[in-house]
Design a protein around this ligand. Structure first.
Ligand code: GLP
Length: 256
């Protein structure tokens, strides 16, 4: 794992995506939530002002609420269009079908689709305050594939801010890429900012590899980058070591 502690997480994340796209990436994995928004804004700026093109690139989303149509303002399909993909020249953007009559069939179909359009070159990730990635809540199987999950009460409360602070509007169920599906990506790039993520980041980087903190699966992946601001890094025991490693990074280092 590479841990990057920076005042400008969005620049480091945008550099990772820019490097991948300019290097011939054909599939990006996109995340929703507020954490990647500054990264998306920076990539849109580079597209408009610096000629960064996503032509020939397709994208897959991590997850979707069950019961929200792709037109619903809080569906992730809509969120990613509004905040990112409608503003760049990317190709297809795929997401799980939250309206399918049978979510199990839709989940299997989405996993198979990722296998066809993938492997994902770079998967962008945020992290929930309980350590979830995608919507893989604590106790998720570390090798899970795309499937239906029930959200924890905490995640529903955390996400109520997107639903007029009305918990009753937050769906109970989601379709999410599994931890095994996510790990099929060649490079995982997780971004987290703010004090509220500090405990989850410490558990991810320095805790045991455990289903109790699903994001700890990044320890198992051959190429994972964790990009955090000072507040999100504040509970990392070995923060000085991560700074030292990043400062002295060899030019040609890829895996970590
Ligand atoms: C949701 C999403 C995750 C995201 C998390 C954190 O639960 N399914 O992909 O990482 O929220 O969101 P935020 O970045 O807004 O804190």
């Amino acid at each position: 794992m590479e841990v990057v502690i920076t005042d400008h997480p969005e620049q480091v994340m945008a550099d990772i995506i820019t490097g991948a796209v300019r290097g011939g990436a054909t599939t990006l994995g996109l995340a929703t939530g507020s954490s990647p928004l500054p990264t998306y804004r920076e990539l849109i700026r580079r597209h408009r002002e610096e000629g960064l093109s996503f032509a020939g690139v397709d994208a897959v989303l991590l997850d979707e609420y069950v019961g929200l149509p792709p037109t619903h303002p809080e569906s992730y399909a809509r969120f990613i269009r509004d905040n990112f993909t409608d503003h760049i020249d990317i190709g297809e953007v795929y997401s799980p079908d939250g309206m399918a009559p049978d979510s199990r069939i839709a989940a299997d179909a989405y996993d198979a689709l990722i296998g066809e359009v993938g492997p994902v070159d770079v998967q962008i990730l945020g992290i929930g305050s309980n350590g979830h990635i995608g919507f893989n809540e604590p106790s998720s199987s570390l090798t899970s594939r795309t499937r239906i999950k029930t959200l924890t009460e905490k995640t529903r409360r955390d996400n109520a801010r997107f639903f007029d602070d009305d918990l009753d509007q937050v769906p109970f169920h989601v379709i999410t890429q599994g931890l095994g599906t996510i790990c099929d990506a060649r490079h995982l790039a997780l971004v987290a900012t703010g004090e509220g993520k500090a405990a989850a980041i410490a558990a991810t980087v320095e805790g045991p590899l455990s289903a109790s903190c699903p994001a700890s699966i990044l320890q198992w992946h051959p190429r994972a980058t964790i990009v955090v601001d000072e507040a999100a890094a504040s509970k990392l025991r070995d923060a000085d070591y991560y700074r030292y490693v990043y400062t002295n990074k060899p030019e040609n280092q890829a895996g970590h």
